[in-house]
Design a protein. Structure first.
Length: 407
């Protein structure tokens, strides 16, 4: 009986030994698959090795190379970083990881990583001396209103006028790993009753942290001047602020972000927050889908909220299509990317849709074109009684074009 028990124990151990392959087996097999450029089989083999806890440096490096050649750059970066945990001295791995970070548009993270490069690798990757200013941009937008209707009976065709906006910006680095973006925009609106001008300066820092966290603090200052046709009315001058903090976290298939901001547009204190998610189904920038929830708690008013959906598709290396949609319960003055506000207007934004494209030209030049439409409501307050006296419902069709060059 005892001999039979020993026999079955030895048999189980031998069968389990065959099932649990050695590191040498996975090393040899993934090397052959790498040389044969059999990327899908290499990834399958690598996943099996990880499942059996047979992990080693070349396993992750080869899996990263496989994902890279399949153009799944976000997955490739993840596996190159796993390999880097095993070996922090291989210049070939560092170069692969650096190039993948740039393909994933993690530029500040990539240049921070270049601190670890040898002198020869810095020369090879052209990171020996980084240019101070790495981006310049310019933009122009025109908001053209269509017919409006007044909620009070008998009043129609409220006069609306076109608004023009221009902007210029630059991005520069602070050492290796932190960048600052400066943007200035000007707005002009001429009507039969007044002329309105606005200037807006915006500053944002992009600071990569550990484990793919990025923190982005920003500040904006807005100055407005209104000159009336009736010279007996004194010009109206106001200034406002906007502070915000955004935290972003990236993993291979998703980006997550949360942000909070405070502002005093039109002398009303506002606290705003946003929570969003962005999905990359192919683990690269070819296709993406995003969703955000926006909320605002405004002084002496009710809680306001809205949501936005977005998507992009890049069928060719030189062309990308973009689209977004916003809907809310009369949200306004919500902070948005690059210092623009979602609705820089005393009217309330109900909905907005945008469609456009990005064209990528040689010499790192990008052209962006957008067309969209806003639906707005302007509550009319009687200046003598301070009583709500109806509202103006109208729409804005807008077009914008921008130019950007990277260095």
């Amino acid at each position: 009986m005892f001999k039979r028990l020993i026999f079955f124990v030895l048999l189980f151990m031998s069968v389990n030994g065959f099932a649990q392959k050695s590191i040498h087996h996975f090393d040899s097999l993934t090397l052959v698959q790498l040389e044969n450029r059999d990327w899908k089989k290499l990834i399958a083999t690598g996943k099996q090795a990880v499942k059996e806890k047979k992990e080693f440096y070349y396993l992750y490096y080869r899996m990263g190379a496989a994902f890279y050649n399949l153009k799944k750059y976000r997955k490739a970066q993840h596996h190159f970083e796993k390999a880097y945990q095993y070996n922090q001295f291989d210049d070939e791995l560092k170069e692969s990881l650096f190039n993948t970070m740039k393909l994933n548009e993690n530029y500040d993270e990539a240049y921070r990583f270049s601190k670890t490069f040898s002198d020869s690798l810095k020369i090879k990757t052209e990171t020996e001396k980084l240019v101070f200013i790495n981006q310049l941009d310019a933009s122009f937008a025109m908001n053209n209103p269509d017919s409006a209707s007044y909620s009070q009976e008998g009043i129609q065709n409220y006069p609306l006028f076109s608004k023009y906006i221009f902007g210029v910006g630059l991005n520069h680095r602070i050492g290796r790993g932190i960048s600052l973006y400066h943007h200035y925009s000007g707005t002009s609106l001429n009507t039969t009753l007044y002329k309105f001008y606005q200037s807006h300066y915006f500053l944002e820092a992009n600071i990569p942290l550990i484990k793919h966290f990025i923190v982005q603090p920003s500040v904006g200052f807005i100055s407005q001047k209104t000159f009336f046709t009736n010279l007996q009315i004194n010009p109206d001058k106001n200034s406002y602020y906007l502070f915000s903090l955004n935290l972003k976290k990236s993993i291979p298939f998703f980006d997550f972000n949360i942000s909070g901001s405070a502002s005093d547009f039109y002398k009303v204190n506002q606290l705003q927050f946003t929570g969003g998610i962005k999905f990359y189904p192919l683990c690269n920038s070819k296709i993406s889908f995003g969703a955000e929830y926006l909320g605002m708690n405004q002084q002496n008013s009710y809680y306001q909220s809205g949501f936005s959906l977005s998507g992009s598709y890049k069928p060719f290396s030189f062309l990308q299509f973009n689209a977004s949609y916003f809907n809310g319960d009369s949200l306004y003055n919500q902070n948005n990317e690059n210092g623009f506000v979602l609705n820089d207007n005393s009217a309330l934004l109900k909905s907005r849709w945008i469609a456009g494209c990005s064209i990528f030209l040689p010499h790192k030049i990008t052209l962006d074109f957008m067309y969209g439409r806003d639906s707005k409501i302007y509550p009319v307050i009687n200046p003598f009684t301070s009583v709500h006296d109806g509202s103006i419902k109208y729409g804005y069709n807008f077009f914008s074009a921008s130019f950007k060059i990277n260095f």
